[in-house]
Design a protein around this ligand. Structure first.
Ligand code: NAD
Length: 256
């Protein structure tokens, strides 16, 4: 019997088979979860649809998280098809490429707004729609953050500030939703080569540095994030909420 037999989940943030969201989806699916998927636009649909269909997904919907009407349409479909929801995975971030290089000082007002809206506020928006579908039986909501929320990481810039807002949102949402039995947590992985990561200037150096400094002396795999997500979504983590869990080979514990 799988850890998530009979559970229904929705995965935001698959762009392709390298996406962290896809590794999480595979881990949850293997343990019995039935999953819905979203994609951000037509170009990504071509990648996401075959992956989702390959694991029998009945809901594969467009959802640009900057558009409230698309979020509402999506959750109406989830309610009509699933009835209830147990798991939500938010694996979404975006900042304009020119904000992810040089000095944070030069962040534009519009660049700041976009990064905050897509990378932080969207968690609040989708959680609000998921809450009524989870409230009866409880649920688990997961988002993805990064060490740059806490410490200065060169070129991560406005995304670090957005991740700080995201981590604070995890705590506020966990406090709001705890009485309904809904848990909200973040996973903070070390660097992994994905589409979003390719937008960060000097990302290859980040990979080398992380592998050198981390106690495990290597970069982590998306599958390892998937396993932690599985833990957080399952009953094994029934007492865990409002946390940021590092999956970074121990990188974050190191000082000099
Ligand atoms: P990815 O490019 O595969 O995933 C990012 C996703 O965000 C894409 O699916 C993209 O379509 C989606 N997205 C962007 N704008 C959107 C919008 N307006 N509406 C809906 N979706 C939108 O890259 P990834 O590395 O798997 O990123 C997933 C999450 O993991 C992000 O939050 C990222 O910050 C976080 N993360 C990544 C790393 C890493 O090194 N790759 C490390 C720590 C945290």
């Amino acid at each position: 019997m799988g850890l998530l037999n009979g559970k229904k989940g929705i995965i935001f943030g698959v762009a392709n088979e390298r996406s962290i969201a896809w590794a999480i989806a595979e881990a949850l699916y293997k343990e019995g979860a039935e999953l819905a998927f979203t994609y951000a636009g037509e170009i990504l649909e071509k990648r996401v649809r075959p992956l989702a269909e390959g694991i029998g997904s009945k809901i594969i919907e467009r959802c640009d998280v900057t558009r409230d009407e698309e979020i509402e349409t999506l959750f109406n479909k989830v309610r009509d098809t699933f009835g209830t929801l147990d798991v939500l995975v938010h694996s979404i971030a975006f900042a304009n490429k020119d904000e992810l290089q040089g000095e944070y000082l030069n962040t534009s007002r519009e660049g700041f707004r976009i990064a905050m809206d897509i990378s932080a506020y969207s968690l609040v928006a989708v959680t609000r729609y998921a809450t009524p579908l989870m409230a009866g039986q409880g649920g688990s909501i997961i988002t993805l953050t990064y060490y740059g929320a806490e410490k200065v990481v060169s070129n991560y810039n406005v995304m670090g500030v957005a991740k700080a807002a995201l981590e604070a949102s995890v705590r506020y949402l966990a406090a709001d939703l705890g009485p309904k039995g809904i848990r909200v947590n973040a996973i903070s992985p070390g660097p992994i080569k994905t589409l979003a990561a390719a937008g960060i200037s000097g990302f290859r150096d980040m990979l080398h540095h992380a592998a050198e400094k981390a106690p495990l002396k290597r970069n982590i795999l998306a599958e390892e994030v998937g396993k932690t997500a599985l833990y957080l979504c399952s009953d094994l983590a029934s007492g865990v909420t409002g946390e940021v869990i590092y999956v970074d080979g121990g990188y974050n514990i190191m000082g000099m």
